[in-house]
Design a protein around this ligand. Structure first.
Ligand code: GLU
Length: 293
């Protein structure tokens, strides 16, 4: 059996908040419960959206919470050569193609927005750009992806109808999240992805990309989202407050409650005691392969 390797992969667009801590803690607990390794990867491919120093701020927040990675963190902004090599392989194999369409052209051709809020690319450049220069690069998708989430159970997505040929490298030259995350999860030997449920819809795209690149598919567990008072997902965009780390053990207990874990036994009060006490609770809630409800 391959040794467990998990990761937490924050985008440093803002500080950790109560919602991102739930994903961080769940991935850390799952790694510890499996006696595995836990890595941190800074997903800063979208540089313009990442304020300077936010990466170090997040690493400091994780350290203050006692969530220390087993290997030095990696930064996606330094790994462009890996993404370029993957794109070149896909292009050489006819799995990816250059796309000359502007956003306005896609919007005009694509019809109404699907539930992901992203336009389904109508496939205009699938057979070539007719002499126009390529702006972006897309994966040629087909059919349906069936997969199983450890918490959500069996899932399925009609890739071509629901998502379409999706972007690997953007028109502004930035790497798309989908390509970077798939290349990195494989390159880092990640066996288990534990992350927020807002990313569950991305999983079929990532599985399609893994298959196109001949890479293994990790197990997936998508954790419950933390909702803001207005009922929307708590996010940096809707002003989620940065975590108050004056009492980090209290923040961990709150995150554990949001993960559906039983209350901690009395006496688990320091940070180290709290973390140590949470591991068996997570393991018990997960059973052999599942995950807390
Ligand atoms: N960087 C993504 C985020 O912060 C998470 C990616 C992942 O866990 O796959 O939302």
């Amino acid at each position: 059996m391959t040794a467990y390797r998990g990761r937490f992969a924050p985008s440093p667009t803002g500080p950790l908040h109560a919602g991102s801590l739930v994903a961080a803690l769940a991935s850390w607990l799952d790694a510890r419960a499996h006696r595995g390794q836990w890595l941190v990867r800074i997903e800063d491919v979208d540089g313009p959206r990442c304020p300077p120093g936010m990466d170090e701020f997040i690493l400091g927040q994780l350290a203050a919470l006692g969530l220390l990675p087993d290997e030095p963190p990696v930064w996606q902004s330094r790994r462009g050569a890996l993404y370029q090599a993957a794109l070149e392989r896909l292009v050489a194999a006819g799995q990816a193609y250059g796309c000359a369409c502007t956003r306005a052209e896609i919007a005009a051709a694509a019809g109404p927005r699907p539930k992901h809020g992203e336009l389904v690319y109508p496939g205009t450049c699938r057979q070539g750009t007719h002499g126009r220069p390529a702006r972006a690069w897309r994966l040629r998708v087909q059919g349906r992806v069936d997969w199983r989430d450890r918490r959500l159970g069996p899932q399925s997505q009609e890739l071509q109808a629901e998502v379409g040929d999706f972007v690997l490298k953007r028109a502004d030259g930035l790497w798309a999240y989908q390509l970077a995350v798939v290349v990195d999860d494989a390159e880092q030997g990640i066996t288990d992805v534990v992350r927020g449920a807002d990313l569950a819809d991305n999983t079929p795209r990532q599985i399609a990309l893994q298959r196109a690149l001949g890479l293994p598919t990790p197990r997936y567990l998508h954790t419950p989202l933390v909702l803001a008072a207005d009922g929307h997902k708590l996010s940096k965009q809707n002003g989620a407050a940065a975590l108050d780390l004056g009492d980090p053990a209290a923040r961990l207990r709150e995150a554990a409650t949001r993960l559906g874990l039983a209350p901690l036994p009395a006496g688990s009060s320091t940070l180290a005691e709290t973390l140590a006490a949470l591991v068996p609770l997570w393991a018990a809630a997960c059973g052999s392969e599942g995950a807390p409800a």
